[in-house]
Write a protein that binds this ligand. Sequence first.
Ligand SMILES: Nc1ncnc2c1ncn2[C@@H]1O[C@H](COP(=O)(O)OP(=O)(O)O)[C@@H](O)[C@H]1O
Ligand SMILES: [Mg+2]
Length: 341
Amino acid sequence: MSQTDFIKDIAKYGLENDQARLLASLNELIDHAKKSKRINFALQLQSILKDSIRQQQTSGLLKVGSPQHHQREEDREVSEFILEQLTSDYHFESLVCTDSVKEELSYFIKEHQALEVLHKFDLPVSNKVLFYGPPGCGKTLASYVLAGELEKMMLVVNLGAIVSSKLGETSKNLAKIFRRAAQEDCIVFIDEFDTLGKVRDYSQDHGEMKRVVNTLLQLFDYLPSSSVVIAATNQIDMIDEALLRRFDLKVNLELPDADHILELIKKTLKSGLVELDKKNSLKSIVEGCQGLSYYAIQRTLITAVKRSVIAHSRTSLTKPRVDTKLWLDLVTKEKQQLTAR
Ligand SMILES: Nc1ncnc2c1ncn2[C@@H]1O[C@H](COP(=O)(O)OP(=O)(O)O)[C@@H](O)[C@H]1O
Ligand SMILES: [Mg+2]
């Protein structure tokens, strides 16, 4: 069947209110989309389907205290804890990193592709990753890459909403998010994970902080193997030791070295529409960029590209050249701001 056939069926069964056939057709369309490599579409459709089934089960007049009523309350709360729900088509090519990082990440992905084999041999599946390192070096990007490569939906946790000053509340909220992740078979992304270690700062209560850590340890232990937790932090030293040990994979995303800077420049200019001028050698550019994050290097380069393209539009040269002097000036300014901080 083609996609248009599925859509015709779905319209028909929808209008006829034939719920059972409608669901069957939607599921077939999801399978069809997966097979034809339209993963984002498939995941989004799947998520709509699950949400709607959950809503139907808990809609209307419900007896207070009934399981459906609990579920509805929880759904309402959980939606506050989710900053966004997304699918990704980022892949490895987007991320510049060391070979060892690449290798570790690709083993991680392979484990998930071989879930059944590992289960057969009663082997545990790695599903908890921590990305750490300075800002702008790809922690969020690497998480999107994992979501894209694993072909899973990602729930981005809203830590601001989860961390509560009320005693015991933070732990309960975390449990709810993890319950949802298990239902949805997806990735939970917790950015600024160190925040969870800082609960003691404002509650002045070591007990509360311990409770949060213990809850996380338990949630980690009971996480179904097809769900994945990705945490990210700029401050790994703030995180509890026992919690750190629970991560299957701890990936350090560092500032780029000379080769990585070159790779980033190439990737950023890959469209081939513009090229660097010859005012500065690549070597001196790379030296100039040392010490800056991927993000800062890319941003200054794009600014230089934009300004050069605008200036070029007033000339008759064939291909715009990126003014590397202008770029290096921006880089220098960026570094001055870094040292001033
Ligand atoms: N390792 C990297 N490889 C390629 N691009 C990167 C890398 N790190 C950062 N970038 C660029 O900078 C942007 C911001 O990076 P991000 O992943 O949000 O950093 P972090 O989460 O570590 O603060 C990315 O969207 C990407 O454009
Ligand atoms: Mg980030």
